[in-house]
Write a protein that binds this ligand. Sequence first.
Ligand SMILES: C[S@@+](CC[C@H](N)C(=O)[O-])C[C@H]1O[C@@H](n2cnc3c(N)ncnc32)[C@H](O)[C@@H]1O
Length: 172
Amino acid sequence: MIITLRIGHRKERDKRISTHIGLMSRAFLADKIIYSGENDESLISSVNKVSKSWGGGFSAEYSKNHIKTINEYKSKGFKIFHLTMYGLPINDKLKEIKKEKNILVIVGGEKVPREIYELSDYNISITNQPHSEVGALAIFLDRINDGKELSEEIKGLKKRIKPTSKGKEYYK
Ligand SMILES: C[S@@+](CC[C@H](N)C(=O)[O-])C[C@H]1O[C@@H](n2cnc3c(N)ncnc32)[C@H](O)[C@@H]1O
């Protein structure tokens, strides 16, 4: 099981990027996203709305206390991965990451508290340059999935696009 934890969400400034983190997680075969920071019901409902209309088992929820959430998943046997430009290069740790069945991957916001670095089993970088939570998460999920999100469909889809060279088609 793969869960994304997005910490430090700000209602006004991060609405769009936090939505993209959720949709990205779903498209790249994660099972759930947990948001913490400011409680934003419209964010949770918009991600859940997409999941409901397109199908599959993905869901979004809010956590008031991300430290408690991390410890909860740790005690359930999840390994905790925190994405940060300061961490160890993904290629150096990929073999170890791929052995894990249950993964909680943390993506930060503007400033990530020191505690997150300490609580995480691995601090992982996707290059050592600053870029984006969506970009970092995409590469992380793609690498641990061996790229299978590009060829395998999410299970239980209700709506399926029929790929075409031009135009927009759906399977009936
Ligand atoms: C606006 S960035 C802040 C950059 C932050 N100073 C850092 O430690 O990576 C927000 C989030 O994007 C992710 N991120 C950005 N660049 C990254 C990189 N090169 N490797 C891994 N994650 C990155 C991290 O999860 C970070 O908390």
